[in-house]
Design a protein around this ligand. Structure first.
Ligand SMILES: [Zn+2]
Length: 342
């Protein structure tokens, strides 16, 4: 039977601006029901950022009145790119631009600072794991799922029988850079969309805020010259406003989101043939929107996912829940599972 003195794990979600923390008990119950954010200070390099995570760790224990001795492990999730073991890419990235980050062992650095085992996942994988366990509960270890999370980029992950698929070098589940057919997706005369990764016509080049700004919005504004977004101070600013227009039923915005839904549907069609998952999750701002808009978007994704009859009978299409907390919660879940696996 669980007791007040049983052990817990802590989940730490590291982001470009903020850290968020949670606590999960040995029976799989979250002891924190809200966001507890603190500055992540990642731009100041690894030493400062690790110290900031230690502060988040101590803060969440204070808030939940849990003694440090009860913590058995810590889950950490960060934005990519990092190896499966949490070593930041030697090429740096938006979030890890400070030179100290190159090849930095983030997981190992936090483990040394805390003196506790640290389990690492990238943020998309952590959120995918959380969504999977929230939907399937006790059946999670027998189920598989794919999560596509629309943000600045297109993140997410693949969960197979309850395990995050990480791959040999940690790049499995990089769904944004999967190529999808563009025929029937692009409008007349619309240029082939390009992604920051160097590909053109991958999922992220369409289904991301970056894709709206770089590829979709410039084209659609040229088709709607009278649209008031043409008067926005910058294309970056206009891109951020598109969702509000979509919720209000604006035609240009709905064209953009329909293209995004088609891109995700095409990705899910590839997934259906590649892994045949039990569930397809969509996450991100586009489904954290008003219910009518969220349902419309999810319906468009479903409509554009080609499943065989047998698959359609079992497949579930739903959203990644509690997205602001999903990273920390998924990271904690991974730490809990690592203990059960020992
Ligand atoms: Zn790409």
């Amino acid at each position: 039977m669980p007791t007040a003195e049983s052990w817990v794990v802590v989940g730490l979600d590291n982001g470009g601006n903020k850290n968020n923390a949670t606590v999960l008990d040995a029976e799989g119950r979250y002891l924190v029901s809200q966001l507890f954010e603190r500055p992540s200070r990642v731009t100041e390099g690894p030493d400062v950022a690790v110290a900031a995570l230690v502060e988040s760790f101590e803060d969440i224990l204070r808030r939940t009145a849990i003694d440090r001795s009860r913590v058995k492990a810590v889950g950490l999730d960060t934005p990519g790119p990092a190896s499966a073991e949490g070593v930041v890419s030697s090429r740096g990235s938006t979030n890890f631009a400070h030179p100290g980050w190159r090849n930095y062992d983030f997981r190992g650095g936090l483990e040394a600072a805390l003196g506790l085992p640290v389990v690492y996942n990238n943020d998309g994988n952590a959120a995918a794991l959380y969504a999977h366990y929230q939907l399937f509960g006790a059946m999670a270890p027998q189920r598989s799922s794919i999560s596509a999370i629309v943000g600045t980029g297109l993140g997410g992950g693949v969960v197979e029988r309850g395990h995050v698929v990480k791959g040999a070098a940690g790049f499995a589940g990089e769904l944004g850079h999967v190529h999808i057919p563009m025929e029937g997706l692009l409008g007349e005369g619309q240029p082939q969309p390009k992604c920051n990764c160097g590909f053109s016509g991958d999922v992220e080049s369409v289904a991301s805020l970056t894709g709206i700004e770089a590829n979709l919005l410039p084209y659609w504004l040229s088709r709607y010259p009278q649209h008031e977004l043409n008067k926005a101070e910058s294309i970056a600013r206009a891109a951020k406003l598109v969702r509000g227009y979509g919720e209000a039923g604006d035609e240009l915005a709905l064209r953009i989101f329909e293209q995004q839904a088609k891109a995700i549907g095409r990705l899910f069609t590839i997934a259906a043939n590649f892994m045949d998952p039990d569930a397809y999750f969509v996450g991100g701002g586009v489904v954290e929107a008003e219910a009518h808009f969220r349902d419309w978007f999810l319906g468009k994704v479903r409509e554009n996912t080609q499943l065989k009859e047998e698959q359609a009978e079992v497949a579930r299409f739903t959203i990644v829940p509690d997205l602001d907390m999903a990273g920390a919660r998924g990271a904690a879940l991974a730490a809990l599972r690592s203990i059960h696996a020992r």
